[in-house]
Design a protein around this ligand. Structure first.
Ligand SMILES: Cc1cc2nc3c(=O)[nH]c(=O)nc-3n(C[C@H](O)[C@H](O)[C@H](O)COP(=O)(O)OP(=O)(O)OC[C@H]3O[C@@H](n4cnc5c(N)ncnc54)[C@H](O)[C@@H]3O)c2cc1C
Length: 439
């Protein structure tokens, strides 16, 4: 018997679950295909739907992002939040996120579970541990996909609309080296393990265009030499406080305005020699930021204590001079770094405006002891991906939409270009845009 649906969703994280549940509620027949043993993907580790509050702020933060997708994100964000509420999930009061964003805390686990239940209650299918071999592509139209569950033979699942929502290619070293940075494959994953580029593979197999090169990635700094073993590590070991610290590369130089955001610093560090650096914080930063919550409502953890406990390269110096005693094998010149911190402090304390190279936190780094952690970037998802329009339609290399094919969430490229303002929000808004197209 031929299986046929209005919507086939490949990947059941934030984007896929959203589209599937919305279409199911609208009375469409839906099949969800998830490669993992459970739905949710990276969304299960996230907690805040947020983005820039208006177009001007998003343009300022993300000037090279696709204008159409940026407008969609800002315009439809509030509708997305209302949709989450309508599913039955409590959404927190508006709150500030990072220096420029606004958003809401919500329980992403409850959200993806309720979306899945909505699909099943409406008579839809949710197939777990299922892989997608290829798209059904006839006469230039995508008509579903060839799916395999467990050890069963592959079968054709037909659909009028097929949505790619596999969460990006952060787990694929070849694609990372090709589209993010030659060294990007060296980074540890801070994401679900299944996003290895299947959406990208399927889309490009039918002629999809993909986004601009060197767009970067979303990730955070983590201590070097520590393996991320448990998903809880993704947040616990992220050094969000770097926004208030000073970061030196192996040439013993600062190379970035750390205050612009840990996620941007992570991107910049990947391009430095060896992709590693030394984060220096003083006692004030340790007290106010290193041991405090990153955003209101998040659990506070002493990052220094945890990195030390887990065997990372950490050190505490009672005075700047003591940086000279950094272990030689780390490969830094502690005296040069101490001099650079002194120069930074002199300029900051002279009180003639901004501290050098800092847009936001101008305070000097002068309250001993000093907390030192060697750090490397870890990746959550790349910004390169499948090209779509504001209706989430996948565009071919000729710029025309490929009939029947949609993409949403981190499988898509173009929205972010060496900048970032909310992966959940993008997946939510694009998932809803795709669902609205289902006929
Ligand atoms: C620790 C952490 C914290 C985060 N916190 C936030 C936050 O607070 N706010 C925010 O905005 N963003 C946050 N993010 C980012 C956010 O989680 C992602 O941007 C978002 O989940 C992307 O949605 P998605 O649907 O594209 O991918 P995902 O949610 O990852 O879903 C992709 C799904 O596709 C599945 N899949 C992969 N390949 C296949 C295949 N071949 N066939 C079928 N299924 C497949 C995966 O198993 C997964 O279930 C965080 C991420 C992490 C890791």
């Amino acid at each position: 018997m031929e299986e046929s649906y209005d919507l086939l969703v490949i990947g059941a994280g934030m984007a896929g679950s959203t589209a599937a549940a919305h279409a199911a509620r609208a009375g469409k027949t839906v099949c969800v295909v998830e490669i993992g043993s459970d739905v949710g993907g990276s969304a299960r580790y996230a907690g805040y739907a947020w983005t820039a509050p208006d177009h001007d702020v998003l343009d300022e933060q993300n000037p090279h992002g696709d204008p159409e997708l940026k407008r969609l994100l800002v315009e439809r964000f509030d509708d997305g939040v209302e949709w989450i509420r309508s599913v039955g999930v409590e959404v927190g009061e508006p709150q500030r996120i990072l220096s420029f964003g606004r958003g809401h805390k919500f329980d992403t686990n409850q959200y993806v579970d309720l979306c899945t239940r909505m699909v099943r209650d409406a008579g839809g299918d949710v197939l777990l541990r299922a892989t997608t071999e290829s798209l059904l592509f006839e006469d230039g139209v995508v008509r579903g996909a060839v799916i395999r569950t467990g050890s069963n033979a592959p079968r054709e699942v037909h659909a009028r609309s097929t949505l790619l929502a596999t969460g990006g290619f952060q787990g694929n070293k070849t694609l990372l080296a090709e589209h993010v940075h030659p060294a990007a494959g060296e980074m540890q994953l801070r994401s679900n393990p299944h996003s290895v580029g299947d959406g990208y593979r399927l889309a490009t197999s039918v002629g999809a265009a993909t986004g601009v090169g060197d767009a970067g990635f979303y990730g955070h700094l983590i201590p070097s030499g520590i393996e991320l073993v448990d998903p809880a590590d993704f947040v616990d070991l992220s050094l969000y406080y770097s926004e208030h610290a000073l970061l030196f590369d192996t040439d013993n130089e600062r190379f970035v305005d750390e205050t612009l955001g840990d996620h941007l610093t992570a991107m910049a560090l990947l391009s430095r020699p060896g992709g590693r650096g030394l984060l220096i914080a003083d006692s004030r930063v340790h007290r106010d930021w290193m041991s405090a919550s990153y955003v209101e409502g998040a659990v506070a953890i002493d990052k220094f204590a945890l990195a030390g406990k887990r065997g990372g390269r950490v050190g505490k110096a009672d005075a700047l001079e003591d940086l000279e005693y950094l272990p030689e094998e780390w490969g830094y010149d502690g005296a040069a770094i101490a001099s650079a911190v002194r120069r930074f402090n002199d300029a900051a304390e002279r009180g003639i405006g901004q501290a050098p190279g800092r847009a936001l936190d101008s305070a000097s780094m002068s309250e001993p002891p000093y907390y030192v952690i060697e750090t490397v970037p870890a990746i959550t998802f790349p910004f390169h991906g499948v090209t779509i329009d504001r209706r989430a339609r996948v565009l071919g290399v000729d710029g025309a939409a490929i009939p029947g094919l949609f993409a949403a969430g981190s499988d898509t490229g173009g929205l972010w270009n060496r900048a970032y303002a909310g992966g959940l929000a993008a997946a939510l808004v694009l998932g809803l845009a795709a669902a609205a197209e289902v006929r």
